[in-house]
Design a binder for this molecule. Structure first.
Ligand code: FES
Ligand code: FES
Length: 173
């Protein structure tokens, strides 16, 4: 039984009680995904499963047999950091950095959700094919990712700039 993590196949743990978060951090040496609350309240442990964001502290690793997991370690490409990682640096989107991997991974999936027209609680046109990422939308959609340092202004700036830039590239293509 195997799980694909950042493109590498790994054996699922024999113990079905091991959380996905503990598999990543304690058994696979991938400490980028953080353990904040360990009870589903802070978002520090966010990872992607087949491109969708989940909180890994409340997920059992054995659930993900045959699935593709992406962690913060897997976001950077051959040409370096993911654009959102660079934007976090440019916009001071962190202070201590503990929440940052979860913020970045969550925002990548969040942008995809908006682009596919999945509405949030603040979306005015829920029938829109794609929903613009206004600051209000970003704040609402990222509300599951807490930052105890209060770096929210920089986080929103980084997310807004990155996905607005991607939109411009898509239009130009
Ligand atoms: S550590 Fe998983 S939500 Fe806080
Ligand atoms: S940067 Fe410290 S918790 Fe967010």
């Amino acid at each position: 039984m195997s799980i694909t993590i950042n493109g590498q196949r790994v054996e699922a743990p024999g113990d079905p009680r091991v959380s996905l978060l503990d598999l990543l951090r304690d058994r696979l040496g991938l400490p980028g995904t953080k353990k904040g609350c360990n009870q589903g309240a802070c978002g520090a442990c966010t990872v992607l499963v087949d491109g969708e964001r989940i909180i890994s502290c409340l997920a059992l690793a054995v659930q993900f047999e045959g699935r593709e997991i992406t962690t913060i370690e897997g976001l950077a490409g051959a040409d370096g950091l993911h654009p959102l990682q660079r934007a976090f640096v440019e916009h001071d989107g962190f202070q201590c950095g503990y929440c940052t991997p979860g913020q970045i991974v969550s925002a990548v999936a969040m942008a995809g959700e908006a682009a596919r027209g999945l509405p949030s609680a603040v979306t005015s046109d829920i029938a829109a094919a794609a929903i613009p990422l206004t600051r209000e939308e970003i704040a609402e959609r990222m509300s599951g990712n807490l930052c105890r340092c209060g770096a929210y202004n920089g986080i929103v700036e980084a997310v807004a700039e990155t996905f607005a830039a991607q939109k411009r590239e898509e239009v130009a293509a």
